[in-house]
Design a protein around this ligand. Sequence first.
Ligand code: ACO
Length: 429
Amino acid sequence: MPQSSLTVTDNRTGRQYELPIQDGTIRSTDLRQIKTDSGDFGLIAYDPAFMNTASCRSAITFIDGDRGILRYRGYPIEQLAERSTYLETAYLLLHGELPSRSQLEKWIEGITVHTMVNENIKKFIDGFHYDAHPMGMVISTVAGLSTFYRDARQVHDPEVRRRQIHRLLAKMPTIAAYVFRHNAGRPYIYPDNTLGYTANFLSMLWRMSEGTYAVHPVLERALDVLFILHADHEQNCSTSAMRGIGSSGVDPYSAIAGAAAALYGPLHGGANEAVIHMLNEIGTVAGVPAFIRDVKAGKGRLMGFGHRVYKNYDPRARVIKRLAEEVFDVTGRNPMLDVALELERIALEDDYFVSRRLYPNVDFYSGLIYQAMGFPVEMFPVLFAIPRTAGWLAQWEEGMRDPEQKIARPRQVNTGPGVRDYVAMSKRD
Ligand code: ACO
């Protein structure tokens, strides 16, 4: 019977160590006993960008990047996209199980009553320049929410956490819609609590003088499916930020602001925006080969391709590609779709991309749908942040309940100078 342990020989000393293996992992802290002498700090694992380090135990989302599998709480993403709704999926992520009918009704009601934001939020948003990036406004505004809910600081009280979770899920679409209206120079539209979560969001975005906004059911469902697909993705950059910031005991509004800031970057949630800029730059199908040549020559990246975890087709991209056709039937075909299809066709055959296992990720087609629905590209990361709020909160909640979690505090390999004396200004060259 093989031992569930790792035997390590330190060739500096000739000593051997037995490190337990649990769930396919060793504990980095077990390396600390490996020392050259009693004054030695002990061995540290060096892993920039966390390429091979698990920062937590989590039961929320499962990804098998080699096989292109994504599951929330065990349920395949394809089934959830087909049969669930965003709010039901958010319940699943946060509670671990699908809700009963009455649980779902209570959950939806508990969120819907919090869709309004304090009137001061409008003044706050008014302070931004007319062309401020919506993501910058969302990050700042959600951070600002922490000043309205002082109870939120009691993060060790599960009931207080539950209340903030409802508030955050409810208010993110309202804030997102307000920043959009601010950019458009249009009056803010209050939430309509007679509408569902996604329909209400669309109403706050697009309603003008009509009493009730007539939401197109295909577009409403498409956006809801996009929300399901974006709801969680285990320990990605923004979720790690959420857990890391949350581990300091700060309120969840401040932590979500930090997570959203991480999402804003072009290598993460900003990629769908970058995809549209790239497609516009390429312009036509005829421009694709030259662009691919440039990427292979190291002049930029094929945005929307590649993933740290997926080394196969991102299962979300597959669903989104199908969804795009349904949306285009309503909105008309996005002319950039042909450029995207040609890029994908060539890239999937080209040895550069094949050998590096670069496939379309979730962002490759989502931007085309958002654009066809009338969203400006700058709103794309915001459309990602709204649903990812459920995942951030589920991961935060799990971290708060985990007795092993402490304040996140990585080690470093110091490469700076040794000790030296301060040099007076007159003696410096
Ligand atoms: N286009 C061209 N080449 C690429 C791409 C790309 N999109 N992605 C990776 N590569 C190449 C790299 O140049 C590198 O090649 P090399 O080995 O010859 O140096 C190799 O593939 C490995 O790339 P890394 O950067 O080491 O991979 P990493 O896991 O660090 O990066 C990332 C993952 C950031 C997603 C990367 O693939 C990328 O920049 N993609 C484009 C941006 C994007 O679409 N981001 C969205 C990700 S999904 C999300 O966050 C929701």
